[in-house]
Design a binder for this molecule. Structure first.
Ligand SMILES: [Zn+2]
Length: 309
């Protein structure tokens, strides 16, 4: 008897990693019928299935809706499994807020199960334009990410504003300007006052300005976005927050980076003059400050200096 139990136990231990991976995602309630999975604020790993970012779930009378589909079929399956713990409703729609891997590489998985995929044209344009580098980034993380079938919203929204009504819930999709990635958009639930900001907002960790990021445009997008009367902001990264925290950890930092870089360039200063020109102590508690702050300044500086020539 003991021996049998022992072998059963060993069997369970052998299959455990697969189950643990599928349980990476857990949705927590934001407000009635609105949920968020808050991903790790560290790098992509095999263990987090590339989900070092947040995902939204909205339950409507006609089905469940997912905001951002994860970094491929494995994360999509984990998202689907977590959604099933919240609702019996089938996933009928997926919105993409951006072009970064974890925002859309799960589209194919959900589309094959009958979900409608929605995104702005400008978001899809970036998904297509940057596809090679996006796929390369996620695939180089671990071989478990090699199985990828990029799938885009088949009828992207034109212009800068769109609205879809699903089961009595209005989903507004808005593009303000390029943000962390070109073509980043937000999903806004006006009645629930919930804003899925995508990568317009980072809290708890420092935001990242990449070479492809235009910090001035991002600040412009942010300043328009923050006018929405949001009660709950589900950021791209970090915990669900109110506007005050978002302003402190994304808005104020972005503004200070842009102002410090612009002023230095206007004064014919060098890259090394930018950071010492301001006090950054109110941002130093943010995760990854030491690794990212210098890069953010230099990427912004190079971009703006090039444009000023
Ligand atoms: Zn992101």
């Amino acid at each position: 008897m003991f021996r049998m139990m022992k072998s059963l136990f060993l069997g369970a231990a052998l299959v455990a990693p697969t189950f643990a991976m599928a349980d990476v995602v857990k949705f927590d309630k934001v407000t009635d019928n609105v949920y968020a999975f808050i991903g790790e604020i560290n790098d992509r790993t095999k263990e987090n299935l590339g989900l070092n970012a947040n995902i939204g779930l909205v339950v409507t009378s006609e089905g469940a809706v997912i905001i951002d589909s994860g970094a491929g079929p494995l994360s999509a399956a984990a998202i689907e499994k977590a959604a099933k713990k919240i609702t019996d409703q089938k996933i009928v729609a997926v919105f993409n807020t951006g072009a970064q891997d974890h925002r859309w590489l799960g589209n194919d998985y959900f589309a094959k199960k009958g979900a409608q995929i929605y995104a702005m044209q400008t978001t899809v344009d970036t998904q297509i334009k940057m596809e090679a580098s996006i796929l390369n980034r996620i695939k180089s993380t671990d071989p478990i990410f090699h199985d990828q079938t990029p799938f885009h919203a088949p009828r992207p929204f034109q212009g800068t504003d769109a609205a879809v009504r699903i089961g009595g819930v209005t989903f507004e999709v808005k593009y303000f300007n390029d943000a962390h990635f070109p073509g980043d958009a937000v999903v806004w639930l006006p009645k629930q006052q919930v804003l899925f900001s995508g990568d317009h907002v980072y809290v708890d960790r420092l935001l990242g300005v990449h070479p492809h990021t235009h910090a001035v445009k991002w600040l412009d997008a942010y300043e328009q976005m923050i006018q929405l009367p949001a009660k709950y902001i589900v950021p791209g990264h970090g915990e669900v927050s109110d506007k005050a925290k978002v302003q402190r950890e994304t808005g104020d930092y972005l503004k200070q980076v842009v102002e410090a870089v612009k002023e230095t360039i206007d004064d014919m200063g060098a890259l090394d003059d930018v950071s010492p020109s301001r006090d950054w102590s109110q941002f130093q508690h943010l995760r990854h400050f030491d690794g990212w702050h210098g890069r953010n300044i230099s990427n912004t500086f190079q971009r703006l200096e090039m444009e000023s020539m």
